[in-house]
Design a protein around this ligand. Structure first.
Ligand SMILES: *Cc1c(COP(=O)(O)O)cnc(C)c1O
Length: 234
């Protein structure tokens, strides 16, 4: 495909996603500006990813650190989000490139990020990933563990916890994801009360279920397939 063809497809797709987010906001009385689209570029090349910021989609996400390093170099105009597992030995190279780590999935990683943030003298902005769908294959804190994290979270000088993240299980009917998203919001509300931290963010909702997630309070939706389908080879 030519650059012009890629631009044209992405322009149409982004407008469609934006309209669907706006509709979900309207249905629930939320401001459209309360929800940020993170375009998940993991299936496409740096060339395709580079078009997004030019079209106004500045927040891009990758689930693998090495891939993020590569794309962040190629697309410096983006705000990069890490949405997948971060190995502790990749913290030094990854954290300086990202605006938010969505996927802190263990106490060990939280401690390692805290140490990194203390050493550099500014806290690392993160979300805690919670396995609300309770699937074996998924990472993250168990929902039952979250309330007990309050004291820890409130006392970290090297990490700024800004909220929670989850991935719902795949359901043909996205309505079935609603309890997962509602649970994440309730966990956030409880943690907020316990810590007195603002915890403004809920990162939830993917191609299949983002409208339901917005209705349940998502502030970040992470969307790949709906935007990039058919552009994998470009
Ligand atoms: C791939 C991925 C997404 C995007 O999923 P789509 O269904 O393609 O929209 C969102 N979040 C995470 C953590 C992912 O790995």
């Amino acid at each position: 495909m030519t650059d012009a063809e890629i631009r044209s497809i992405l322009t149409t797709r982004l407008a469609a996603v934006d309209a669907r987010i706006a509709d979900a906001c309207r249905r629930t009385g939320r401001e459209r500006s309360a929800v940020t689209l993170v375009a998940v570029t993991k299936t496409v090349s740096p060339r395709v990813a580079a078009v997004l910021p030019e079209l106004g989609a500045r927040d891009l996400g990758e689930n693998r650190p090495q891939e993020l390093w590569k794309k962040a170099e190629a697309v410096p105009a983006a705000r990069w989000h890490l949405i997948g597992h971060l190995q502790r030995n990749k913290i030094d190279k990854t954290v300086p490139l990202v605006t938010l780590v969505h996927s802190v999935d263990s106490p060990r990683l939280l401690d390692a990020l805290d140490a990194f943030g203390r050493k550099r003298g500014s806290p690392v902005p993160v979300l805690l990933e919670v396995n609300c769908s309770r699937e074996e294959a998924k990472g993250g804190f168990a929902p039952e563990e979250v309330p007990a994290l309050g004291d820890r979270v409130a006392s970290l000088a090297g990490v700024r916890v800004e909220g929670l993240m989850t991935m719902a299980a795949y359901h043909e009917n996205p309505e079935n994801c609603r309890p997962t998203f509602a649970e994440l919001r309730e966990l956030r509300d409880r943690l907020r009360t316990a810590t007195e931290l603002p915890l403004p963010h809920l990162s939830m909702g993917m191609s299949n279920d983002f409208e339901v997630a917005v209705e349940e309070g998502a502030t970040f939706v992470r969307i790949g397939t709906t935007i990039f389908e058919g552009l994998e080879g470009e």
